[in-house]
Design a protein around this ligand. Structure first.
Ligand code: LMR
Length: 404
């Protein structure tokens, strides 16, 4: 019998989506899951994705054979160039190991599993996660026997980066610790270090010989520019920081369901890269055998064709631009129309898909209970859920809960 199996709670983020869907209130608003919506609150199939779908459907050469264990080579190679830069010295030196994964979650899992098995741990297996972070990071590392610890990241007083706390934690951690760092558009806070701060972070990481586990799920969403959003990763590679990168195309290509991702490990030599690749291949084989083909083919077409690549960049600017407009509109409503108590500049200063409003758990819950506005209880809102039809309703209700 299964009497000893305890009932687990539902996933906090996806439960919000389910509750929102079953709510019949006409003005309901979903600011929970980080998934892009257009101004009519509809999922947006990127025009470039529609186009490559057509190409694939009509391509007689497409079959349904297995992909290689480490994925579609033309996809993984192009994905590495996208995050590391086409002229990356690490790519030229053939020391980048790229493996196709089940989106960003799969990349995090494979990266964590690889570290759990092969990192030269000096003490207990531990990873430092930013406080706060994407809630799933905790479970992903625990699943492979790595204990999650946290480092200070967000300062509730300034609703900004706790830079001193972050640096202090890098300095006081035992040498060769593993730090998970969000490459851009930090989830859930929307707060990223500045370039000068990144430089100092790299200095301390190098000094202490820490290992950086980059999670890059939002390239293009922070600034609307793919190269700009890869700046920190490229800078760290240039400085010779030992690192790996988890990459996702869920958000920037709107391919949530296709599960298109990659893990890139950047060791110091080609020889190490070959050995790492052989082990990742063994791990992947026992877990999924071969990654799924369809989404990787779509992304590969986009990345490897200059005209399609330009179209994709336009689509990214459309999404990032709409989110930036919503930030401005919300900020204006709170500060000018409702004159909501407090400073709301963080709404326009934060970047990416999310905004950390700074409201309390009780205020977040009140928004859901009284106004049918769904958001995680940490006060995070997905800016992509706001549009010209509901931003006023949201601002009005946010104003009400802030006034108490
Ligand atoms: C989110 O944080 O809302 C997204 O990354 C979706 C997810 O998988 O949780």
């Amino acid at each position: 019998t299964w009497d000893s199996v305890p009932l687990a709670p539902p996933d906090s983020i996806f439960k919000l989506t389910a509750t929102y869907k079953s709510d019949t209130f006409p003005q309901k608003v979903n600011l929970g899951v980080g998934a892009y919506r257009d101004d009519d609150n509809k999922p947006w199939v990127l025009p470039v994705v529609k186009k490559v779908n057509e190409i694939l459907l009509n391509d007689p050469a497409v079959d349904h054979e297995y992909l290689p264990i480490t994925g579609l080579p033309e996809y993984t190679a192009a994905a590495a160039k996208l995050i590391l830069g086409a002229d990356s010295p690490a790519i030229k030196e053939e020391r980048v190991v790229s493996v196709q994964t089940i989106s960003g979650t799969g990349a995090n899992h494979l990266g964590a599993l690889f570290l759990s098995r092969f990192y030269q741990w000096d003490g207990p297996k531990q990873v430092y996660l930013s406080d706060p972070t994407w809630i799933n990071h905790f479970a992903i590392f625990r699943n492979v026997g790595i204990e999650p610890l946290t480092y200070p990241y967000y300062d509730p007083k300034t609703i900004g980066l706790d830079y001193t706390g972050f640096i202090g934690s890098l300095e006081s951690a035992t040498p060769r610790s593993v730090f998970l760092i969000h490459a851009c558009a930090h989830n859930p806070t929307g707060v990223d270090p500045t370039k000068d701060q990144w430089k100092k972070i790299a200095d301390v990481v190098l000094e202490k010989k820490h290992y950086v586990f980059f999670d890059s799920a939002y390239q293009g969403f922070a600034s609307g520019d793919l190269d700009n959003d890869a700046w920190a990763v490229r800078y760290f590679v240039e400085r010779g920081v030992p690192l790996l990168i988890c990459q996702s195309f869920a958000k920037n290509a709107g391919l949530y369901g296709e599960r298109v991702g990659a893990l890139h490990v950047v060791p110091p030599s080609k020889d190490a890269a070959n050995r790492i690749k052989s082990q990742l291949s063994v791990l992947q084989r026992s877990e999924i055998s071969n990654p799924p083909a369809y989404g990787a083919r779509l992304v590969s077409l986009i990345l490897n064709d200059p005209a399609l690549f330009e179209e994709w960049k336009r689509d990214i600017r459309t999404m990032a631009g709409r989110i930036i407009d919503m930030r401005k509109e919300l900020h204006e409503l709170l500060t000018e129309k409702f004159k909501t108590p407090g400073n709301w500049d963080h709404i326009i200063n934060q970047i990416g898909m999310f905004s950390f409003t700074g409201i309390s758990t009780d205020q977040s819950l009140a928004l859901t209970e009284k106004a049918h506005i769904y958001l995680t209880t940490n006060g995070r809102i997905s800016m992509a859920g706001l549009n010209s039809h509901n931003v006023h309703y949201f601002a009005e209700n946010l104003d009400k809960v802030v006034r108490g």
